[in-house]
Design a protein around this ligand. Structure first.
Ligand code: NI
Length: 190
């Protein structure tokens, strides 16, 4: 079983369940019975929306086309960044209009690659790094952002750990044209 996302209310979870059902995917809500029996209970960790592992990829593609959190809920970036420590492994924190908002920590050199169909936005939340292109380098500091156009070869390099927000189409894979050990084909939601 794969947890796709968590919803703040049972109503949101039911909505996602029906959306998935319309695409032939059965979703499971482990907290459903408790939430319906005792709606006053606060589910601090949210209502989980789960699917069978083999449905996970298709379900993620589908959910990327709707806001996964249908009740507006703020997302605290510092809290989300505190949930993981690995480098070069993007985590999804929001989806809208077929795009994902991802958080990632860089340290060291990534691989040279490009994306044939996607433009990628990089926003530095904490620290700094440089984006290398074949003909130039761009230094990015906290509070600065850069859009890498589709088709342009690039390689992020961070001398020290940096926290970065990415905004890009849901189908974008981090290593683009150059898959390998750093590829994360299906980033997890946090
Ligand atoms: Ni890229």
């Amino acid at each position: 079983m794969t947890t796709l996302t968590t919803c703040p209310t049972i109503a949101d979870a039911e909505l996602l369940k029906s959306l998935l059902a319309s695409a032939g995917i059965t979703a499971f809500l482990p907290e459903e019975l408790t939430a319906n029996a005792a709606p006053q209970l606060v589910f601090s960790s949210g209502i989980r929306v789960q699917v069978e592992d083999e449905d996970a990829d298709e379900a993620r593609r589908l959910l990327a086309t709707v806001p996964a959190r249908l009740t507006p809920e703020k997302i605290n970036l510092a809290e989300k960044f505190a949930l993981f420590s690995e480098h070069w492994s993007p985590k999804i924190v929001a989806a809208l209009n077929g795009q994902h908002v991802k958080l990632v920590k860089f340290q060291g050199e990534f691989v040279w690659h490009h994306h044939a169909h996607e433009d990628e936005l990089f926003l530095v939340v904490r620290g700094s790094f440089r984006m290398e292109f074949r003909d130039k380098r761009v230094e990015l500091r906290e509070g600065e952002l850069l859009v890498v156009p589709r088709g342009v070869e690039h390689r992020p390099v961070a001398d020290e750990e940096v926290s970065v927000l990415l905004f890009e189409p849901a189908a974008t894979v981090n290593t683009g044209s150059n898959p390998g050990e750093k590829t994360v084909a299906a980033p997890e939601w946090i």
